[in-house]
Every structure is written in structure tokens, then in C-alpha cells.
Design a protein around this ligand. Structure first.
Ligand code: 13P
Length: 251
């Protein structure tokens, strides 16, 4: 049985005070014997302070993005070793806002995934279709491309370090959640695709998270699906009580 993985993506929210307040509330509210892995993904500039505030708790910290080069003239970018040095364990790669707002390509995302694993960060590779792609019945095709290109060159051994997050773009920040059945259908498709790309064992062991308008009221139903191994929460992770309720509903 895989441990559920519940992650809070704070996106470009909080400030130096509210990020630490939120971390403090989570640290004091979390029950350490929850059988779940919990991580928060604050903005880069608050990572260190949030890490410090969570010290002694079981909550891990991750970054919302990373660059693939180890160092050098890459203005504005943050390397894997910088994130490792301040105690990050995870990083998101290819979040839909980076794909569709910033314009990241599958090729770039693949380089980030490879660099993260090489440097000891566990990448959360995000995939998911736009509304027009779902309406055109292209969900499986889009997710297949994102997974094949995002994971290109990775061995089964390296795949074990990867977490996949299925986040249908039409459900992100819209209040429109995929039904548990819609989520399960795509998660099942992803697992079968990974079994074809790798093998049955790798596919069954990989964690596939669902993200997109997860709330305390729908977390348990989503987590009740056979192939949903965790949740990637945006808006609701900014409220300690809501995020803690989601964690409780996930275990
Ligand atoms: P919301 O939960 O706000 O829809 O965001 C989901 C998300 O993008 C998490 O990465």
C-alpha cells in the first residue's frame, strides 16, 4: 500500500509573514502519525523561512520550479543544488501554469526532471489537458505526449524517483473539479501507459496525484479512487484548516 502524498502548491501567494504563519499552523496542526507524506511548495523567496518553521515536523518542502543547469549565467533561475542546500526534497516540473502562461515546452520540462533526479530532488511531473482538448477527446493523446516527452531518457530505476500529477487545466482554480470517475479514468490510463513504457511493477509503484480544485469536501472521494495516490492542492492549501482537513480526508 502506497502512502498517500498530499502536496500544497502555494503558487505566487503569501508574503514573508503569512508564509511562516501558514507553516507554523500546519506544523502545529499536523498529527505526526498520519500515514501520509505531506509537502508544501512555497514561492522561492520563502522556502528557507518555511523550511525553518517546519523544522521538527514531518512536513517536507518543495520548490515550484527548478532550472536544469547546475550553475552559471542563467539570470533569474534557481538550480537543483541551491534547492537541496536549503532543505528542499521536491520540485514541481511542468506545472500547467508554467506550460501555458510561461510557455515551457515538454523538452525543457524533461531536462528539469532529469536534472532534479540527478541532483537528488524528487520531481513532481505535472500533466493535463486544456478544456478544448478534453472537448475534442484529446485527453489521452495530450497526456501521452506530455509523459513520453517529459520522461524521455529515464530508466525504470530513475522513474522510481518521479511522482506524476494529473491536473486537468480546466479544473485548476476554476472551482470545477474533475469527478472522481473522470480522475480515475485518466489515472488508470496513465498507469497503463507507464506499464507499456516501462513495466508493470514500475507502473504500479509510481504515485499519481490528482490536482484541480481539490477541497475538503471532495478530497475523500477523489482519494477513494483506485489509482489516485495523492492530491496536489492549490487554493485550498493556503488555508491551514482546509489543508489539514484534506490531509485527514486522504489517509
Ligand atoms: P487549485 O487547487 O487552486 O485548483 O490549483 C490546483 C493546482 O494547480 C495545484 O498545483
Amino acid at each position: 500500500m502506497k502512502k498517500p502524498f498530499v502536496a500544497g502548491n502555494w503558487k505566487m501567494n503569501t508574503d514573508s509573514r503569512t508564509s511562516v504563519d501558514l507553516a507554523d499552523s500546519l506544523a502545529s496542526g499536523i498529527v505526526e502519525n498520519y500515514n501520509a507524506t505531506v509537502a508544501v511548495f512555497p514561492p522561492f523567496v520563502y522556502l528557507q523561512a518555511v523550511r525553518d518553521a517546519l523544522d521538527g515536523s514531518s512536513i517536507a518542502v518543495g520548490a515550484q520550479d527548478v532550472y536544469f543547469e547546475p550553475d552559471g549565467a542563467f539570470t533569474g533561475e534557481i538550480s537543483v543544488s541551491m534547492l537541496k542546500e536549503i532543505g528542499c526534497n521536491y520540485c514541481l516540473c511542468g506545472h500547467s501554469e508554467r506550460r501555458h502562461v510561461i510557455g515551457e515546452t515538454d523538452k525543457l520540462i524533461n531536462k528539469k526532471v532529469i536534472a532534479a533526479i540527478g541532483g537528488g530532488l524528487l520531481p513532481v511531473l505535472c500533466v493535463g489537458e486544456l478544456l478544448k482538448e478534453r472537448e475534442a477527446s484529446q485527453t489521452n493523446e495530450v497526456v501521452t505526449r506530455q509523459l513520453k516527452e517529459g520522461l524521455a531518457g529515464l530508466s525504470a530505476e530513475k522513474l522510481a524517483a518521479v511522482i506524476i500529477a494529473y491536473e486537468p487545466v480546466w479544473a485548476i482554480g476554476t472551482g470545477l473539479t474533475a469527478t472522481p470517475q473522470q480522475a480515475q479514468e485518466v489515472h488508470d490510463f496513465i498507469r497503463k501507459l507507464l506499464a507499456q513504457m516501462y513495466d508493470d511493477e514500475s507502473a504500479s509503484e509510481i504515485r499519481i496525484l490528482y490536482g484541480g480544485s481539490v477541497k475538503p469536501s471532495n478530497a475523500a472521494d477523489l482519494m477513494g479512487q483506485k489509482d489516485v495516490d495523492g492530491l496536489l492542492v492549490g487554493g485550498a492549501s493556503l488555508k491551514a484548516d482546509d489543508f489539514l482537513s484534506i490531509i485527514r480526508a486522504s489517509v
